[in-house]
Design a protein around this ligand. Structure first.
Ligand SMILES: [Zn+2]
Ligand SMILES: [Zn+2]
Length: 81
């Protein structure tokens, strides 16, 4: 597997993305002048065109963390007897 499913969402138009590349390209094309934001905690990153690959990696691992936490919470809710 080259790319994990990201399952991240654009905070502006609510589109969902399965890969990091799609997520990045979407911001660079559609929202080049808006800062990238985390839809979960509203953390703000730089404008898409100002970010290098390493900064994008930080954004992705941030969002991965949020998704993992929310899935874990869901899972625990379902299993509370
Ligand atoms: Zn968007
Ligand atoms: Zn966040």
């Amino acid at each position: 597997m080259n790319e994990h499913s990201l399952d991240a969402q654009c905070h502006i138009c609510r589109r969902k993305f399965e890969t990091k590349t799609q997520f990045r390209e979407h911001y660079e094309l559609e929202h080049a002048h808006d800062a990238v934001k985390c839809i979960f905690c509203k953390s703000t990153f730089e404008n898409p065109l100002d970010m290098d690959t390493q900064r994008w990696e930080e954004v992705h691992s941030h969002i991965y963390g949020e998704i993992l936490y929310s899935r874990l919470a869901e899972y625990e809710e379902k299993n509370v007897g």
